[in-house]
Design a protein around this ligand. Structure first.
Ligand SMILES: [Zn+2]
Length: 299
């Protein structure tokens, strides 16, 4: 390569290095917690404001469950990409969320996104054994729409519409084993989410609404069970049950973790008083568990 080209290349690399350092972070407060957003390339003020609003909404949603932000600080690396949508996200060690975001993403697209809230729930829950991935992924899948509804970001109809649509994907197919031994996408995310719905309903039933899954999750975080920690499956359920005062999670895990139990979803929806007619979601307030259904989306 001619020397002049080398110089041009060196200058270009230098310019990039300088500009990366020039991109200011966004720093948000969520209660006592600090959220730092880093951008992979220069962004407009409008885009920066949209990203900040999106992250703040997700933090508000998570706080409806934990009553505070579940970790003291987190860094969110926004990889700015082409296009107008939020791409995949990933959480690392309870301190870092990486996410791809299209530079043309609109306010509406940010408002309908679930990725950021899903990832933030990973911050407040221990890492588990590989065979138990369904526990954490299921929890994020289950809590994300409920938390957004509680924060006024989703309607109850949207929440139950997504659940009626999603949960059949989590049921065991022919040849599947329990959740611990069938790490497919459907069983991991939706099968795991169904586990947590069944747990939450059972906790609320057995305590006459005095306790909920929220109490168990807060107890786990209070004991250091954030994404920076590694807890075996048994410890998570034992700690959750201790917070509730009943062995609900351990018993449910014995059933669904080890065996391909097929939940009767039609019966569950009927008990909760929710049904689908075409695209419309209908609620029956005289159903036996209608109070539980309402509490799930209202906190
Ligand atoms: Zn996840």
């Amino acid at each position: 390569m001619p020397i002049r080209l080398w110089c041009a290349l060196a200058l270009l690399l230098l310019a990039q290095a300088v500009s990366a350092e020039d991109i200011p972070d966004s720093v948000l407060k969520a209660g006592d917690a600090s959220i730092t957003i880093q951008y992979s390339s220069k962004v407009s003020d409008d885009f920066r404001k949209l990203v900040e609003g999106w992250v703040r909404d997700a933090a508000d949603a998570v706080i409806t469950v934990y009553r505070k932000y579940p970790v003291e600080r987190v860094t969110i690396e926004v990889r700015v990409a082409n296009g107008g949508r939020v791409g995949g996200g990933m959480t690392f060690d309870g301190r870092l969320i990486k996410v791809r975001v299209g530079s043309e993403t609109t306010r509406e697209a940010f408002c309908s996104d679930w990725v950021m809230t899903h990832e933030m729930f990973h911050l407040g829950f221990p890492d588990t054994d590989r065979t138990a991935n369904w526990i954490g992924e299921g929890l994020s899948t289950y809590m994300e729409p409920l938390a957004r509804a509680r924060a006024g970001q989703l309607s109850a109809e949207e929440v139950w519409g997504s659940m009626i649509d999603g949960f059949p994907k989590g049921l065991p197919a022919a040849g599947d084993e329990g959740l611990d031994h069938t790490p497919t996408w459907g069983r991991t995310y939706w099968g795991g989410a169904l586990f947590w719905l069944l747990a939450d309903v059972e906790i609320r039933r057995q305590t006459n609404g005095r306790k909920s899954l929220d109490d168990a999750l807060r107890a786990i975080v209070a004991e250091g069970g954030t994404g920076s920690s590694h807890w075996p499956e048994a410890k998570i359920f034992r700690r959750a049950d201790a917070a509730i005062g009943k062995p609900i999670l351990e018993k449910l895990d014995e059933r669904l973790g080890a065996h391909p139990e097929k939940t009767d979803l039609a019966a569950l929806w009927q008990q909760l008083g929710v049904s689908q007619n075409g695209r419309a979601i209908l609620f029956n307030d005289s159903a036996p568990w209608a109070g539980i259904r309402r509490a799930l989306t209202h906190g």
